[in-house]
Design a protein around this ligand. Structure first.
Ligand code: SAH
Ligand code: SF4
Length: 348
């Protein structure tokens, strides 16, 4: 198979141009074609000399995915199922708001962790994605966005959240390279990038050392060890205590507030005492909690708590002085929780 240009930095493309006997600035032109114009073929890079395009085409291809399906919901959320060069499938979601355009990217095809409430986990694990395959999702979402003038921006993705399929910190190098490409090649600010982890402690320490201004989100889902083991059976090597300790060190090293995600499941982790336990655990930490009422998907047995239970949970946290946000229920009706579309497609 040919080498893939997508995922290379401008510096790497400059070096490639030089290695092919061309001026280095050609590398910058190639980067512009890939990351700004979103071309899919080398032949479309019309300001390159024909001889360079020929030389490139011998051993390289752009490496973009193909859109296998797209589903839209009424609330300006849309989801793409992308086919990768080896036939694997991943999902990515675009969310259009008044003031921002957010893209949710996957970092693995499937996920090895297997959280009991997650469609991705239920679908099994295939492989890590490359950095190119991650940034491809941002380009694909940008290209597929409905052009009805919803965003105030220029139609470009402004925020990227690593909350799609897979565990980003188990695919550390590609995730970090993708973050760097999204920032430097696509011009999306570090503070507009969020990486979500299920609590892979060594990855949190490693990320702390990068001193990045991105937001780290940690999916906790429980304040109690036994309960967490039940909900997140694939990450029992690290206790809640160790995760909190890693987060404390992360905050110290980066000066950034950490987000804790908590998927609320009816009668499992949504009680008053669960909220009180969580509040006690997070006391004094520079953090905020994002509550995500469970999103149902076919074949699962769990339920979303009612509004009263969610409000009460939130209130307990707030009374303890913890900042709480609740994820807007976007994408209902398009199987928007990641992993759901791929499952549907695979079982057809
Ligand atoms: N693997 C990483 C990132 C991807 S999952 C992680 O777990 O953090 C991103 C978020 O989606 C997680 O916080 C997870 O709890 C949430 N999620 C997964 N399945 C869900 C579902 N069925 N309903 C609501 N949230 C879900
Ligand atoms: Fe993997 Fe995150 Fe889903 Fe858990 S919630 S199975 S870690 S993608």
């Amino acid at each position: 198979m040919k080498n893939i240009l997508l995922g290379m930095t401008t510096a790497e493309l400059r070096k490639l141009a030089r290695d092919l006997g061309e001026k280095e600035f050609r590398g910058k032109q190639i980067a512009d074609w890939i990351y700004h114009h979103g071309v899919k073929e080398i032949a479309e890079m019309v300001n390159l000399p024909a001889i360079l395009r020929e030389k490139l085409t011998e051993n390289y291809m752009v490496g973009r995915s193909s859109v296998l399906s797209m589903s839209k919901s009424k609330d300006h959320t849309f989801k793409l199922l992308l086919g990768l060069v080896d036939g694997e499938k991943v999902e990515t979601v675009g969310m259009l708001y008044k003031d921002r355009f957010s893209c949710c990217v996957s970092t693995q095809a499937g996920c090895p962790i297997g959280c009991i409430f997650c469609a991705t986990g239920a679908g099994g694990y295939k492989r890590n994605l490359t950095a190119g395959e991650v940034i491809d999702q941002v380009l694909a979402v940008q290209e597929a966005a409905p052009k009805d003038g919803l965003t105030e921006g220029n139609g470009r993705v402004s925020h990227v959240v690593f909350m799609g399929m897979g565990e980003p910190l188990l695919n550390y190098e590609a995730t970090l390279k993708a973050v760097s490409l999204i920032n430097s090649e696509m011009g999306i600010g570090m503070r507009n990038i969020t990486v979500s982890t299920i609590g892979y402690v060594p990855g949190i320490y490693r990320l702390a050392e990068e001193h990045l201004q991105l937001t780290l989100a940690v999916s906790l889902h429980a304040g109690d060890e036994m309960l967490r083991k039940k909900l997140v059976p694939g990450m029992t090597r690290y206790s809640i205590r160790e995760i909190i300790k890693a987060c404390r060190d992360y905050i110290k090293a980066t000066g950034r507030r950490v987000t804790f995600e908590y998927c609320l499941l009816k009668n499992l982790n949504d009680g008053r005492e669960d909220a009180a336990g969580l509040a006690a655990l997070l006391r004094g930490l520079n953090c905020h909690v994002n509550l995500i009422p469970y999103n149902d998907f076919p074949g699962n047995i769990y339920e979303r708590p009612g509004k009263a239970a969610v409000d009460e949970f939130r209130q307990v946290l707030e009374e303890a002085g913890i900042n709480v946000t609740q994820r807007a229920q976007k994408g209902a009706g398009i199987q928007a929780a990641c992993g759901q579309l791929r499952r549907q497609h695979n079982s057809r």
